[in-house]
Structures are given as structure tokens and as C-alpha cells.
Design a protein around this ligand. Structure first.
Ligand SMILES: C[S@@+](CC[C@H](N)C(=O)[O-])C[C@H]1O[C@@H](n2cnc3c(N)ncnc32)[C@H](O)[C@@H]1O
Length: 100
């Protein structure tokens, strides 16, 4: 069960700080790719993950949920220099607020 990933993909548009809408389909992995990523991370031996390229957070939500389900204190570090500008801090608004 991946309720947080499913919730993320059930709303195709996300709004940034200024109200601008971002469509998941424009930048994100697909729902199917995110679920495959979830499986991959959940089966991996390492406790933590690092991602290059956060964008709206479609892959990050799946990685974070997999780390959570592994039951440890896994940490996801995800980098994107365009998060505060192009993406208007959308990750902070839509993912961190959901305890990811
Ligand atoms: C295809 S999108 C990533 C999609 C994201 N992984 C997802 O599934 O929602 C590529 C991202 O890489 C970011 N990016 C570009 N140059 C970068 C760099 N030098 N370091 C980290 N991220 C970078 C872009 O801002 C963009 O958000």
C-alpha cells in the first residue's frame, strides 16, 4: 500500500507559492514509474536515499514512502536548485506538509 504516493498522483495539478499551477505530467515520473521506484527503494539494502532533480516531487514522494515503510530512520536528501524559483517551493507546500 502506497497511500501517500497514490494521493500525490490523484491530484494532477499542484500550486506553488504564488498560486501558479504545475501539472505533474509536465515534469514528473508517471504513477507507474513512481510505484516501480517505490519497490526498488523498498528492496534496496541501503537505509538512505539521495535524489538529483526534485521538481514537483513525484519521485521523491515514492522514495520517501518506501524509506518510511522500511521501518528505519531512512533519510531522503533531494536536490533541485530551481525549487525556490521555477517550482516556487512546491515540495514544501505539498509534501513536507503531509509528514514526508
Ligand atoms: C525531469 S525533472 C525531475 C522529475 C522528478 N524527479 C519527478 O519525478 O517529479 C528534472 C529536474 O532536475 C532539476 N535540475 C536541473 N539541473 C539540476 C542540477 N544541476 N542539480 C539538481 N537538479 C537539477 C530540474 O530543476 C528539474 O526539476
Amino acid at each position: 500500500m502506497t497511500p501517500k504516493t497514490e494521493m500525490f498522483f490523484s491530484t494532477p495539478g499542484k500550486r506553488g507559492d504564488s498560486g501558479k499551477e504545475f501539472r505533474i505530467s509536465a515534469t514528473s515520473v508517471s504513477r507507474g514509474e513512481a510505484l516501480a521506484l517505490y519497490d526498488l527503494v523498498k528492496q534496496s539494502a541501503g537505509p538512505d536515499a539521495m535524489e538529483i532533480g526534485l521538481a514537483i516531487g513525484g519521485s521523491a514522494v515514492a522514495i520517501a514512502e518506501a524509506l518510511d515503510h522500511k521501518g528505519g530512520d531512512g533519510l531522503l536528501v533531494t536536490l533541485d536548485p530551481f525549487q525556490p524559483t521555477v517550482f516556487q517551493n512546491i515540495w514544501t507546500t505539498h509534501a513536507c506538509s503531509r509528514s514526508l
